[in-house]
Design a protein around this ligand. Sequence first.
Ligand SMILES: C[S@@+](CC[C@H](N)C(=O)[O-])C[C@H]1O[C@@H](n2cnc3c(N)ncnc32)[C@H](O)[C@@H]1O
Length: 245
Amino acid sequence: MSGWVVVAGLGPGDEMLVTPEVTAAVDQATDIVGYIPYVARIAPREGLTLHASDNRVELDRARHALEMARDGKRVVIVSSGDPGVFAMASALFEAYEAHPEFAATEIRILPGITAMLAAAAAAGAPLGHDFCAINLSDNLKPFELVEHRLRHAARGDFAMAFYNPRSKSRPHQFTRVLEVLREECEPERLILFARAVSTPEQRITTVTLAEATPEMADMRTVVLVGNSTTRRVGPWVYTPRGVAP
Ligand SMILES: C[S@@+](CC[C@H](N)C(=O)[O-])C[C@H]1O[C@@H](n2cnc3c(N)ncnc32)[C@H](O)[C@@H]1O
C-alpha cells in the first residue's frame, strides 16, 4: 500500500470544531505525529501509533513523517487550529524542499478553524474589516521585525490578531507591544484577550488600550486589536464592514 502525509488542523479545542475531513484522515491513519498536547487529543486505537514530540523540533518531526510515508505508512501530522497558521504545514514543505528523495510523496493539507477566527466569532465580529495576523514570538524571526510589522499594521489601521503573545521566557516583549500600540493608536482602542477559546476554560476579556496590561495575555491567549472603528454593541464587539470615502 502506498503511503501519504496529511497535515491536519484540529481546530481551537472543541471536538465539534474538527472538520469531518480531518476526522476521516485520522480514522485512516496508521501514524499520528505532533506536539504532545495535540497528539493527546487523538483517541488511541489498535493499528494506530502515536508519535508525540516536544515543540521546537518541527523539522525533525516533518522529516520523520515523510520517511514513514515513504515506507508505506499513512501519516497525519496534527496541528492546533489551522495547520497553515504558524504551524506544521510550512515545516513539512521546508523538509520536503530540503530532501528531494521525498519528491514523490503524496501530501495533503487539511484546513482547520484557527484561533483568531474562533475568538472573533465568540466575541462578535472584531475582524469584520481588513485585518492581519502577527506571531509575536521571536523564535523564528528577530523581535525588531515584530515591532516593525506591528507599527505599520497600526498605521494602516488594520485590526490585528496576535498569536504566541507572551511566554514565561519573554514576558517583556508583550510589554513593548503595548507600548508601540500606545504610540500609534488612541487610548480608547478596543483589545480582546481571548483565552482557551472553545474549551471549558474559555475567557474573553475586552478592555481599552489604556486599560490593557501585559499580564492579561499568556500562551493560551490570542489577542485581537480592533481598528479605529471597532466598537461595542450590547455584549458584542464588532468592526463595521466599510470605511466612508
Ligand atoms: C503555535 S500557535 C498555533 C496556532 C494554530 N495553528 C491556529 O491556527 O490557531 C499557538 C498560539 O495559538 C493561539 N491559540 C491556539 N489555540 C488557542 C485557543 N483555543 N484559544 C486562544 N488562543 C489559541 C495562542 O496564541 C497560542 O500561543
